[in-house]
Design a protein around this ligand. Structure first.
Ligand SMILES: Cc1ncc(COP(=O)(O)O)c(C=O)c1O
Length: 377
């Protein structure tokens, strides 16, 4: 369609993006060596999940679920899976969503209300932020991982709001560093009306006993009001769950619009999620150890390169500071068979553009050495 048939701002916005070198484009010809996907344990590619599903409960295959959970999309197996997820994550209840995006938007848009306050880390994921924008609560961001800033905000606003929600990620998606969760829970202990929400998207499968996440590893699960587990990353499948109290689950079933007004996950997706949990129990320890050893190796080999954000997770980021510089690095790596992603503004703040390396259990020593060589070169 010709440009003049479109609302003019569409054309203008795309042109501006192109001028800034930040136009997003879909790609499909990925270089072969994967330092990009969130498939940290290799669950999505190794076929083991489909083996589990094949042995699983699906006797009558149905492509779709046929309706929303509240209409015709609920099954006994979905409820059994939610009960399993709750037990696994030491919560009273869990509720499945179609994606982490849906879970975060659905939670934040309906739980905090007018008269409440949301304090959120400035680097939270867009899905949490979008949920906050849809809520009618007052919201303020605090400096990334700054307990001092969070404490100051709490102090300033401790009276005048009914409930205060603090929203963080256990592992930050674009920096790879972890939230100071212990310190946050200590701080919130003193604040009667506070509620902690932790997005564990990049921690499930990687941290904690049998991959239960960073909240489990730090023994702060009971201090969290809600934890979000997404299944499209280390779990290798798709979907998400919110773990919390039975009352929270009942509330979400009644008021969370991204849960209510959407077709439920099909049964085979739910089976994939259950299968991924089984794999975590029986098979992930070796992968996790390999992943942790790959992370340690990579960090040691890049210790002298300025610009790396300190991180102990699978996500290691080298800040290069402009869209042009990260594009150049992405292309140089791609020419040498390596897929790592340039993360540009506006996804990250201007000046903090970076190349994001996602390390996996399945990355071999020679792949790591190849990557390290080209980062240095
Ligand atoms: C921290 C965080 N939360 C939530 C999401 C969204 O999860 P999903 O991909 O399942 O929608 C992502 C994924 O990009 C993420 O990084």
């Amino acid at each position: 369609m010709a440009d003049e048939k479109h609302p003019p701002h569409l054309v203008k916005a795309l042109r501006e993006r192109a001028e800034k070198g930040s136009l997003r484009k879909l790609t499909r010809d990925f270089p072969p060596v994967d330092f990009c996907s969130n498939d940290y344990l290799g669950f999505s590619t190794q076929g083991s999940i489909s083996d589990y599903v094949a042995k699983g409960k699906s006797s009558s295959f149905r492509s779709g679920s046929g309706g929303s959970r509240l209409i015709s999309g609920n099954t006994v197996f979905t409820e059994e899976t939610e009960a399993y997820i709750a037990t696994f994550h030491h919560a009273e209840a869990a509720l499945l969503y179609n994606s982490g995006y849906d879970a975060n938007v659905g939670l934040l848009s309906c739980v905090p209300q007018k008269g409440d306050l949301i304090l959120y880390d400035e680097l939270i994921h867009a899905s949490l932020y979008d949920g906050i924008r849809l809520s009618h609560a007052t919201s303020y961001k605090f400096k990334h991982n700054s307990i001092t800033d969070l404490a100051a905000l709490l102090n300033r606003h401790q009276s005048g709001f009914r409930s205060i929600y603090v929203v963080v990620e256990s592992i930050y998606s674009m920096d790879g560093d972890e939230a100071p969760l212990k310190a946050i829970t200590t701080l919130l202990n003193e604040q009667e009306n506070s509620f902690l929400i932790v997005d564990e998207a990049h921690a499930i499968g990687v941290f904690g006993k049998e991959g239960r996440g960073l909240c489990e590893q730090l023994a702060i699960e009971p201090m969290c009001f809600a934890r979000i587990y997404t299944y499209g990353k280390a779990m290798g499948v798709h979907g998400a769950a919110i773990a919390g109290s039975r009352l929270l689950k009942d509330y979400l079933i009644n008021f969370s619009r991204s849960f209510i007004y959407t077709t439920a996950l099909p049964l085979h997706s739910v089976e994939n999620i259950m299968a991924a949990y089984q794999l975590l129990l029986v098979q992930s320890e070796t992968q996790r150890q390999q992943l942790l050893s790959n992370i340690a190796y990579f960090k040691q080999a890049t210790i002298d390169i300025p610009g790396f954000i300190t991180s102990n997770s699978s996500i290691q980021c080298l800040v290069l500071g402009s869209n042009g510089a990260v594009d150049d690095m992405e292309q140089k790596l791609a020419k040498n068979g390596i897929y790592a992603k340039a993360i540009k503004s506006p996804t990250v703040k201007e000046g903090s553009e970076r190349i994001r390396f996602c390390l996996h259990a399945f990355n071999t020593q020679s792949e790591l050495d190849l990557l390290i060589k080209w980062i240095h070169g």
